[in-house]
Design a protein around this ligand. Structure first.
Ligand code: ZN
Length: 309
């Protein structure tokens, strides 16, 4: 079944990536060099500041001038720079404000597109990804309540609150991730507004690819063919710092499958450009409660069975 979406310039489908910086190192830069050469223009998530306290994760941050020059260089080639919370550890509101200003200083504007890192200042994350009621109860039972009230970026009563800044600056934010290459099939109404989570102006979903192995499963030859046949959209969720480039070499299967994909008639633009295109067709509408409930159940099922992000 076709998505019915007309992609720009007669392209038959859209493919993009939001890459979270967890585990990134100089080696991951090889991935970007490779993608740029094939004509992909994707979104590279960054931490604008830090570390200023103990990290919860390895990976480069924009506090390093060399890394930020490299990110600015990728931006000059047409890649988008996205926001992955302020730093690889929790931040207070004051620090988060500083991270937005640093981002603007380095990249000429505030971020348009963002994703959560597992910081206390993550927003609508953990249990708060799901609506109150059965879905959240099932999730809380399955996770032994460990994800309850652990992420507080959307809660005005805590010093980690930055929901208002998100609403002011950020246009698109990632929530559900599915084991399906056609992200649009799992959620046709993207980007969507969720009235119960008003600090996010537009939500989007993604396709599972947390590390190289899982990325390769999602972009298999058969899945690429189906994405094109369906005229769909794929927004890959990934960490290019996790297994894509090791010992100075790119993973050969990743190279092969991405080369194959690059030869197809796809639109390979950054996440914000692709979502802007969808929004120009159907607006950013409030999602009906029943539709969101179905998406949440599908995600929850996959989370419980496969540990999807
Ligand atoms: Zn992260």
């Amino acid at each position: 079944m076709s998505s019915g979406v007309q992609w720009p310039d007669g392209k038959r489908f859209a493919f993009t990536v939001f890459d979270d910086p967890d585990g990134s190192s100089e080696a991951s830069r090889m991935v970007y060099h490779f993608l740029a050469g094939l004509g992909f223009r994707t979104t590279m998530g960054v931490w604008p500041i830090g570390p200023i306290r103990e990290r919860n994760c390895s990976g480069e941050t924009c506090a390093d001038p060399g890394y930020r020059e490299y990110a600015a260089h990728m931006q000059s080639l047409g890649f988008e720079i996205g926001y992955h919370n302020a730093a690889p550890h929790f931040c207070t509101r004051e620090e988060i404000v500083r991270s937005f200003e640093a981002f603007r200083e380095y990249f000429g504007r505030y971020p348009q597109c963002a994703t959560n890192h597992f910081n206390t200042d993550a927003l609508y994350w953990g249990s708060a990804r799901l609506h109150r009621g059965w879905r959240r109860t099932v999730y809380d039972l399955a996770t032994l309540g460990r994800q309850r009230r652990r992420f507080l970026g959307h809660d005005e009563n805590f010093p980690y609150f930055w929901g208002d800044l998100c609403r002011q600056h950020v246009r698109y934010f990632r929530n559900f991730v599915y084991r399906e290459i056609d992200t649009l099939k799992m959620c046709p109404r993207q980007p969507y507004f969720d009235p119960e989570r008003p600090y996010v102006r537009g939500w989007f979903c993604s396709s599972e690819g947390t590390d190289c192995r899982s990325f390769l499963e999602t972009i298999s030859e058969a899945n690429q063919d189906r994405l094109e046949e369906e005229g769909g959209m794929c927004v890959m969720y990934t960490h290019f710092g996790k297994g894509f480039a090791e010992n100075g070499k790119l993973d050969p299967e990743f190279s092969r499958l991405m080369e194959r994909l690059s030869r197809r008639n796809g639109w390979f633009a950054p996440v914000t450009s692709v979502l802007d295109h969808l929004s120009s067709i159907q607006g950013t509408q409030a999602i009906p409660a029943g539709e969101l409930a179905r998406m949440e159940w599908k995600w929850l099922r996959s989370k419980l069975l496969h540990g999807t992000t």
